[in-house]
Design a protein around this ligand. Structure first.
Ligand code: AMP
Ligand code: MN
Ligand code: MN
Length: 332
C-alpha cells in the first residue's frame, strides 16, 4: 500500500480494510508505542493487545527504551503482562503495529525492528506523522490514538471489556486533558460513554494518572517553580523553567514523575507559550512546550528535531539549558 505522507482527512476505508485483513490473518502480532509513553500511547497499545490476545493471537508489546520501565502512573493499566523488554522483541516481525508514534525515531530502540517488519501498521493522530508504515491509520482530527484504536478493535469485530476500555479511556482522558481541550467533540463524549458502560472506574483512573505522587514531588515542584522565568517580550509571552537530574535525585524521583509540571507552568496568563526542560537519566533534555494558540509549537519543535501538536509539542536537546532556550526564543 502506498504511504500517504500528509493526511487531510479521515483514514480511507481501504486502509482500514487492509489493516483488518493483515491483523485477522496473523497469529503473531508485535505492538509498539512511543518512548516515554503517555496514557494514550501505552493505553491504546495495551487495549488493542488485550483485545487481540482474547481473540487468540500471540501478542508482544513494548517501547524502545534501554532502561525499560513503565512510568509509575501508568502501572495501573491492565495488560502489563503483554510487555517485553525491547531486547526480547521480535527482530523482524511479520506484522508490527505502532501506537501514537509520529516518526520512526520515537520508536527508540525499536526503530530497527520496525524497519525490518514485513508489514507495519501505524495507528496515530499526529499531524506531523510521516506515514512510515505500510498501512497508515492516521487521522489528525482524532482526539487521541485511542479513538483510532477503538475503531480498529470494532472493525476487527472484537469486544471491548472493562480492561480494554480502561486503556482506551486512559488515552482519551490523557489527550483531551480530561475533556478540556478543543479536541473534545461530541464523538469524544460518545466514546467515553461507551467505555464507561463497561463498568470502568473513572475516579480511580484519574487518581492514578494525575492525583497522586510521592512526597518528594512537592519538594521538586517547589524548586522548579522557584526558578521559573517570565519573558513577556518573547512571542505572545514565554514562561519557562527546568528540572535537572540532580533536582530529582535529591528526592529519588524518577523522570516520569515530573512530566506533569508543565500543566502548572502553562497556567500563566501572561504567557502564550510555556516551556519546561527536563533532564532525563541519560543527561539529555526533554523539552515540553505548550501554546494557548498564538504560536504553533509543533512547527517550532519540528524545526528543532521534534514534533507534536499545534498546542502541545516537544523535542530533545543535548545542549545546555541557556543554549536550548536561545534556539527556542529565536523561533518564537
Ligand atoms: P510532552 O510534552 O512530552 O507531553 O509531548 C507533547 C507532544 O509532543 C506529544 O504529542 C509528543 O508526541 C510530542 N513530542 C514530545 N517530545 C518529542 C520529541 N522528542 N520528538 C517528537 N515529538 C515529541
Ligand atoms: Mn503520546
Ligand atoms: Mn496521542
Amino acid at each position: 500500500m502506498t504511504p500517504d505522507p500528509r493526511y487531510g482527512g479521515p483514514v480511507p476505508g481501504r486502509y482500514w480494510d487492509r489493516a483488518v485483513e493483515l491483523i485477522s490473518s496473523s497469529d503473531e502480532i508485535a505492538l509498539a508505542c512511543h518512548i516515554s509513553p503517555d496514557g494514550d500511547a501505552l493505553g491504546s497499545m495495551l487495549a488493542v493487545g488485550l483485545a487481540l490476545r482474547a481473540a487468540g493471537k500471540q501478542v508482544t508489546a513494548s517501547f524502545g527504551e534501554r532502561r525499560f520501565t513503565v512510568p509509575r502512573l501508568l502501572r495501573f493499566l491492565p495488560g502489563q503482562d503483554l510487555l517485553v523488554e525491547p531486547g526480547d522483541y521480535p527482530a523482524a516481525p511479520e506484522l508490527m503495529v505502532t501506537f501514537d508514534v509520529p516518526i520512526v525515531d520515537r520508536l527508540g530502540m525499536l526503530s530497527g525492528n520496525a524497519g525490518k517488519a514485513r508489514e507495519l501498521v501505524v495507528v496515530d493522530h499526529h499531524r506531523s506523522n510521516t506515514g512510515f508504515g505500510t498501512v497508515n491509520l492516521v487521522d489528525p482530527a482524532a482526539a487521541a490514538t485511542a479513538v483510532l484504536a477503538e475503531d480498529l478493535i470494532h472493525r476487527l469485530g472484537l469486544p471491548v471489556d472493562r480492561a480494554v476500555a480502561t486503556g482506551l479511556y486512559a488515552g482519551l482522558v490523557t489527550d483531551t486533558g480530561s475533556f478540556r481541550h478543543s479536541s473534545t467533540t461530541p464523538g469524544v463524549h460518545a466514546m467515553a460513554a461507551r467505555l464507561l458502560a463497561t463498568g470502568l472506574n473513572p475516579e480511580e483512573i484519574a487518581r492514578e494518572l494525575w492525583d497522586r505522587s510521592p512526597f518528594g514531588y512537592l519538594k521538586v515542584l517547589g524548586a522548579v517553580l522557584d526558578r521559573v522565568k517570565l519573558e513577556p517580550e518573547v512571542g505572545g509571552g514565554l514562561v519557562w523553567t527546568f528540572v535537572t537530574r540532580a533536582d530529582r535525585a535529591a528526592y529519588g524521583l524518577p523522570y516520569d514523575e515530573v512530566e506533569g509540571i508543565i500543566d502548572v507552568v502553562r497556567r500563566t496568563d501572561e504567557a502564550d507559550v510555556a516551556v519546561i526542560l527536563k533532564e532525563d537519566d541519560d543527561g539529555a533534555w526533554q523539552v515540553s512546550t505548550r501554546s494557548k494558540g498564538g504560536v504553533d509549537v509543533s512547527r517550532v519543535c519540528s524545526a528543532l528535531g521534534g514534533g507534536g501538536h499545534t498546542k502541545a509539542a516537544g523535542f530533545t536537546s543535548h545542549l545546555p539549558v541557556e543554549q536550548t532556550m536561545a534556539g527556542l526564543r529565536a523561533l518564537l
